[in-house]
Write a new protein. Structure first.
Length: 148
């Protein structure tokens, strides 16, 4: 397995994974929309994406993770939101999710962040993985307002 930070040139590798991620969360398939969204993240430099591959030939992308910057006003420190984590169904159960999260933790330390938050559905079975990797539920972060 090989993991590295993604770049705009990786768009064709990320888009099918991102589309699969959205479908997992019960959204309709939209490859063009997925491409536009991810391309905008690179152009605006407002997220960091990591890709996992079967090996260092980078022929087969197996998963991705997207981190967004946040700030804590109370501690006056930057932090990261692990908003998107997706492993291609054919490659699940091989430790790729754990490896991507480990990479996020390394990136967090390297870029001097306060910590790493995860946003996920309340019924996502991956919560067991997050807890196994040292994440704690934060009961303070449970409200959301949506413009409708």
């Amino acid at each position: 397995m090989f993991i590295r930070q993604a770049h705009l040139a990786d768009l064709d590798k990320i888009v099918p994974l991102f589309n699969g991620y959205r479908i997992f969360y019960k959204q309709l398939s939209d490859l063009a929309g997925a491409r536009n969204f991810i391309e905008a993240r690179f152009i605006n430099n407002d997220s960091t994406i990591f890709l996992s591959f079967l090996d260092n030939t980078e022929q087969t992308a197996t998963g991705f993770m997207q981190l967004y910057p946040l700030f804590s006003s109370v501690s006056m420190q930057p932090m990261l939101l692990l908003n998107d984590l997706y492993i291609d169904p054919e490659h699940r159960g091989q430790g790729i999710g754990s490896s991507l999260i480990y990479k996020a933790k390394q990136f967090c330390k390297f870029s001097n962040q306060k910590g790493l938050a995860i946003q996920t559905a309340h019924d996502n079975p991956a919560q067991k993985l997050y807890e196994r990797l040292g994440f704690k539920k934060d009961l303070d972060l449970h409200y959301f307002w949506t413009l409708s």
